[in-house]
Design a binder for this molecule. Structure first.
Ligand SMILES: [Zn+2]
Length: 401
């Protein structure tokens, strides 16, 4: 009996000493920076470092010449740092060194004075810890938004929101086509079509491959005094044969069904994936200002716009859900702007994915969205039955010369 107790004690001792030996080893294992990505937005440049574990870091600025320094404790660099755009308006170079043992120092040479914003994102959706370093540009002297006037009428402004961007790729197709690229391509085609229409003007919530927080998209639409907002997406599901468009509006009561609720959850998680400061992630339940009348009015209008979009998209391709669905999408929460979210199709379907990549199909989708918007605006009495230019053109065409 005694022998056995002694034996157990001896085993425990061995275990403890083993742990003691192993601990410093575990501590010595460095956090590895496995990848660095850079995203250029008009108002900031963002660096994102993939890190194998949580780290202590400190960021500060040095002047003359301007640079941003980030010290990361216990980190080793296993990636290139020169993958930023050569014409980046902010970032000129990224260097690294070891100011003291155990600290990795990144030095970013910047072309202008910047503010810095840094935060660590927790692992999610297959991404590891990410250290986000934003180099924020000084706000430009408020450029007055030019409102072109046609006759005495103010031009109609359509806010186009290309879903996802930057760190947030959105859904992926079987051939690795990213939703963020499809949405931007269609958004740009749509903007071109709008701007070619007399009396109408497009405002894009993003112009390139960078992330814009959902609430900021809403803010941008408001600032532009948009008459309507169309958020563009392309969904993915496990079943590859699924295809078709669907259109969503905000609801007062919650989601119309489980599918809509899940989709809203997926689209709203964009902030967390794309990289919004923890605590800044918009909560659609907190941000409800749904009670006011303007809202009710714009909800009704959004429903009409959604119906028009389904009608026009139905002429060029399959429709997944024949009537608009509802859920709490953060991007649709501008109280006074009729807002809809369009899932153009499923990029998880290889055939549809291939089609969505083509310029021709993107143009067709853009035309359908424009047609739907114009019909809606005519119904609202915001556009005349036919624009002056159009009827003039028709008259000249009809008149024999
Ligand atoms: Zn999406």
């Amino acid at each position: 009996m005694m022998k056995r107790v002694v034996l157990i004690q001896a085993q425990l001792l061995l275990l403890f000493s083993l742990l003691l030996v192993m601990m410093p080893v575990a501590q010595a294992v460095n956090a590895v920076i496995k990848d660095a990505r850079f995203w250029t937005a008009p108002d900031h440049t963002r660096a994102v470092l993939d890190i194998s574990s949580i780290v202590d870091y400190r960021a500060f600025r040095l002047h003359g010449p301007e640079r941003v320094v980030v010290d990361i404790k216990g980190a080793v660099l296993k990636t290139r740092l020169d993958t930023f755009a050569k014409d980046d308006p902010v970032l000129a170079a990224v260097r690294y060194g070891k100011p003291k043992p155990g600290t990795l120092r990144l030095v970013m040479d910047v072309r202008e004075k910047v503010q810095i914003r840094t935060f660590l994102l927790k692992p999610m959706q297959g991404k590891p810890y990410r250290l986000v370093i934003d180099l924020m540009r000084a706000e430009k002297k408020t450029k007055k938004v030019l409102t072109k006037r046609v006759g005495s009428r103010k031009s109609i402004v359509i806010a186009i929101d290309a879903g996802h961007g930057g760190e947030d790729p959105g859904a992926s197709g079987p051939n690795r086509i990213r939703e963020k690229n499809i949405t931007l391509a269609v958004a740009k085609q749509f903007a071109r079509a709008i701007n070619a229409t007399p009396g109408m003007r497009a405002v894009l919530t993003r112009h390139g491959d960078y992330f814009v927080a959902l609430k900021k998209r809403v803010r941008l639409a408001r600032k532009a005094k948009a008459d309507l907002l169309i958020s563009i997406h392309a969904d993915a599901v496990k079943q590859r044969n699924v295809s078709g468009a669907s259109v969503y509006t905000l609801s007062e009561k919650g989601a119309s069904d489980r599918v809509a609720a899940l989709l809203a959850h997926k689209e709203n998680s964009s902030d967390a994936v794309g990289g919004v400061m923890p605590g800044e992630v918009a909560d659609p339940l907190v941000n409800r200002i749904l009670a006011d009348l303007i809202k009710r009015d714009s909800l009704n209008s959004a429903e009409m716009l959604a119906e028009q979009i389904l009608k026009k998209l139905g002429k060029i391709g399959p429709i997944k859900y024949a009537v608009p669905k509802h859920a709490r999408f953060v991007v649709l929460t501008a109280a006074e702007i009729p807002s809809v979210l369009v899932e153009l199709d499923y990029i998880s379907n290889p055939k549809r994915e291939r089609l969505l990549r083509t310029n021709k199909h993107q143009k067709r989708l853009a035309t359908a969205l424009l047609d739907a918007s114009r019909t809606f605006l005519r119904q609202q009495g915001r556009l005349p039955r036919a624009t002056a230019e159009n009827s003039a053109a028709k008259q000249t065409a009809q008149r024999p010369s």
